[in-house]
Design a protein around this ligand. Sequence first.
Ligand code: 3LM
Length: 404
Amino acid sequence: MKSTNELSFATRAIHVGYDDSEAKGALNPPVYMSSTFTFQNTNEGGARFSGKSKGHFYSRISNPTLEVLEKRFAALEETEAGLCFASGMGAITSVLWTFLSAGDEIITDDTLYGCTFAFIHHGLSRFGIKVTSIDMSDPKQLKAAISDNTKIVYFESPANPNMKLVDIAAIAKIAKANNALTVVDNTYCTPYLQQPLNLGADIVVHSATKFLSGHGDLIAGLAAGREELMTRVRLEGLKDMTGAVMDPLTAHQLLRGLKTLSIRMDRHCSTALELAKLLETHPLIAKVSYPGLTSFAQNDLANSQMRGGGGVMTIELSGGFGQATRFMDALQMIKRAVSLGDADSLIQHPASMTHSAYTEKERAAHGISESLLRLSVGLEDVRDIWNDLHQALQIAGQPIICAA
Ligand code: 3LM
């Protein structure tokens, strides 16, 4: 077989990191359900603990099934090393605890997934870490804010929930010039649509609960970056500070999910684009935010750093929150649920659900409208999704008759 970097993305997602001759020819890697690993003698144990010899010794630090996933995921992000976590929040907290100390500063974009926002703004700030939030879609704001104390520059692109994009290369360049690490949450895109490390970022973090696994049946996180950085996260943030280790069965399910990632992402993108175009011409829709639309304010940036628009969009109805609720409640096939990136289409109301960790004031200050709905486009037939959206819009558009 060709070496990893000569293989295409879809092939890497199926083959990298596993040699079946080491597992009696099993097509899929064995699931090593073992918390601990034995040593031949005392010396060997000591050498593993000190890092002098390679090998597994305890599954909070490493495990052979997770190792396959880590190698495969690093190959997809085109970097040296990957790392598994129990959840996306496990990945984010482990990375940030590793590189931040009291007195340091983290600069974040002003729009973040609700629990990430809560962890950084309400959590890290309790431990003497300065938190500064700016509109990172304007790199000049980072230039003005960054200082010698800034250790991490953190953002999502597209941002959850308002779909704002950040110019990854421009931001990473400014951070690098100031010796700060750029950490990008790449959950919405997956490495199939966007590779932040190739644009200059240092670490990517993911909620693997979403597109990477793709079926809404597990909670998991992944990170990737240079070996030296990932080793620090493994031995500090993961081993000692969060303990947020992935279960080997989850790694097995994720390896299965990754095998179909490229074809699933192509389908998410084509269906979402078709629906976004139909929705934006509907009289009841005030705004659709989807990076693949030419009407999207940052469509040029989307075309330059993303390979497709992704599977998530936001919708605002002309009749405001009341009408949005009637629309959401009238849906028959599309499920009302948080999370995204599943085979099933999902819809939710960020202000009262995923972003309820923000106070109302914070939502207003951070660009999260109260009437926004987020649609995660699934893998159903596009006609069936449209029919459901269309019938629900018809119901939402009917005049409300008040009983006297
Ligand atoms: C959600 N998001 O519905 P886990 N980063 C991003 C995310 O969207 C998420 C995480 C990290 C949602 C979850 S809300 C209760 C449900 C961009 C999760 C965190 O720890 O694997 O859930 O990832 O937007």
